[in-house]
Design a protein around this ligand. Structure first.
Ligand code: ADP
Ligand code: ZN
Ligand code: MG
Length: 485
């Protein structure tokens, strides 16, 4: 059977680092990038006798995320020990939640190809992150362990096996990430690993009711790698079945250098975690008043924001979704619109610039909106200059690039670089006359009925004026001088 005769089924486990200042079970800082082991204490080093105590803000953030995703917040949940040995785990167990997580149910909603999709969540639970092994530290090739990350709070968000393609998986992750970032509980950074995803992948004959055996894939720190990993894994599983074999349940590691997944460990061993309730922490009780307060304080969520942009500002769905899907970009957009002091017309222009040239410049520079030198006020000013006819399309592009690079004000750039659009009729007429005089044959053909040549003349005039001619005035002047065909 070819690939097309199989259904792909995906379930995702997301680990999102919470943006608390201190760790989940001690007062150590969660700040990234310090000297190895600078942010440690007896608790996160697992010294004998040290006891954990729960950071209240972790619970509040879990509740906020649960409410935003429509989960049932559990009045009582229980921490559990997940036992395994690894050098980056000094206690020999991870404190997580198992049978009684803080959130059950809920869903992530997103659009795919114009269709609305809703993928249900199984659960959300709180847990601690592990440390990091550092290899080849010295000339002797020795390894070390950095425990700065040990005890950093995580939410694990587990989906039902309801995703049907890698495209869906990517949209699901973008939507989930946008919600968490909008809530201020996560920074959404895949590359740095503060938003990580393991993908459970299985295939089954098209239309079959029973799910196939799954493999869990780890180590994908970008959407591109997720795509490669899942596509490789689907092909591999189909080939195993085609060859008459059986897919074994196992954990596989994605190798970005080869674009392949490789068996890491079989699931049977991995499952032997000997979970039991954490004896050093009491059950977590969530006060209904805390839930009510969190609900009342929820910010506008990305999908609601996108809907508002469509309904109130008339943005096309795709543009609204792009902006609202990146909470930092959305804040920038709102600020620019406010600075413009105008309504829907300015909104469309600002959105076009944001999704077009600004997005391109941001990509090329790798800068997040908070690090842009372009301010919302500057983008509003540029749009104002365009609306007033002070600068034309090609000039505006140049102005934007300069403002993005240097943080200068658009009006100043227009002045200093001489990019102002020329609308002066006498100046334009002079250029038109020169252009027509230089191409008598084309003028002849135009007057004989070849109307298409209008574009040629306009292009010549624009070229002479280095793109600064006001297109409407140039067009009119060319038509007038040529006389109608
Ligand atoms: P484990 O700890 O064994 O990984 P979890 O319950 O934490 O178990 O995660 C299971 C994940 O695997 C969920 O996201 C679930 O949707 C997904 N899953 C379960 N069965 C399948 C399957 N047959 N195909 C694809 N994904 C699956
Ligand atoms: Zn500590
Ligand atoms: Mg798993």
């Amino acid at each position: 059977m070819p690939l097309a005769d199989f259904d792909v089924v995906l379930g995702l486990e997301v680990h999102a680092q919470l943006l608390t200042r201190s760790k989940i079970f001690c007062g150590c800082s969660t700040a990234f990038g310090a000297e190895p082991n600078a942010h440690t204490c007896p608790v996160c080093l697992a010294l004998p006798g040290a006891l954990p105590w729960l950071n209240r803000e972790v619970v509040e953030m879990a509740v906020r995320a649960g409410l935003a995703l429509g989960c049932a917040i559990q009045p009582t949940s229980v921490f559990a020990r997940k036992n395994y040995f690894y050098p980056d785990l000094p206690k020999g167990y991870q404190i997580s939640q198992y049978e009684r997580p803080i959130c059950l149910g809920g869903a992530v909603e997103f659009d795919l190809g114009g269709e609305e999709r809703r993928v249900r969540l199984t659960r959300i639970h709180m847990e601690e992150d592990a440390g990091k092994n550092l290899h080849d530290l010295a000339a002797d090739g020795s390894s070390g362990v950095d425990l700065n990350r040990a005890g950093v709070p995580l939410l694990e968000i587990v989906s039902e096996p309801e995703l049907r393609s890698v495209d869906e998986a990517v949209e699901y992750l973008k939507a989930l990430r946008a919600v968490l970032v909008a809530l201020g509980v996560n920074d959404g950074n895949l590359e740095e690993g503060s938003f990580r995803c393991d993908a459970n992948v299985s295939v089954k004959p098209r239309g079959a009711a029973r799910l196939g055996q799954r493999c869990e894939i780890k180590n994908m720190n970008s959407f591109r790698f997720l795509r490669q990993a899942v596509e490789f894994e689907v092909r591999r599983q189909v080939e195993v079945i085609e060859a008459g074999g059986k897919v074994e349940q196992e954990t596989r590691l994605f190798d970005p250098a080869r674009g392949e997944t490789r068996a890491m460990r079989s699931k049977e061993e991995a499952h032997d975690y000997r979970y039991f309730p954490e004896p050093d922490l009491p059950p977590v009780r969530v006060d209904p008043a805390l839930v009510a307060a969190a609900r009342a304080a929820l910010p506008e969520l990305p999908r609601a924001r996108a809907r508002r942009y469509q309904e109130r500002l008339g943005l096309p769905a795709a543009d609204a979704g792009l902006i609202a899907g990146e909470p930092e970009v959305a804040r920038f957009f709102d600020a620019a619109l406010e600075a413009s002091g105008k309504g829907a017309e300015a909104a469309r222009r600002i959105a076009n610039w944001l999704n077009g040239d600004v997005a391109r410049l941001a990509n090329e520079s790798g800068l997040a909106p908070r690090d842009w030198r372009l301010s919302p006020g500057a983008l509003a000013e540029l749009v104002g200059l365009i609306e007033a006819g002070t600068v034309g399309g090609p000039g505006a592009k140049q102005v934007l690039e300069e403002c993005f690079r240097s943080g200068a004000s658009p009006a100043a750039v227009v002045r200093e670089k001489g990019l102002a659009q020329v609308s002066d009729a006498a100046a334009i007429d002079a250029v038109v006359e020169r252009v027509l005089a230089a191409s008598p044959a084309e003028v002849e053909r135009y007057r004989a009925g070849n109307a298409k040549l209008l574009g040629f003349f306009v292009g010549q005039v624009m070229k002479e004026m280095k793109g600064k001619g006001n297109p409407a005035v140039v067009n009119a002047a060319v038509k007038k001088k040529l006389g109608g065909p």
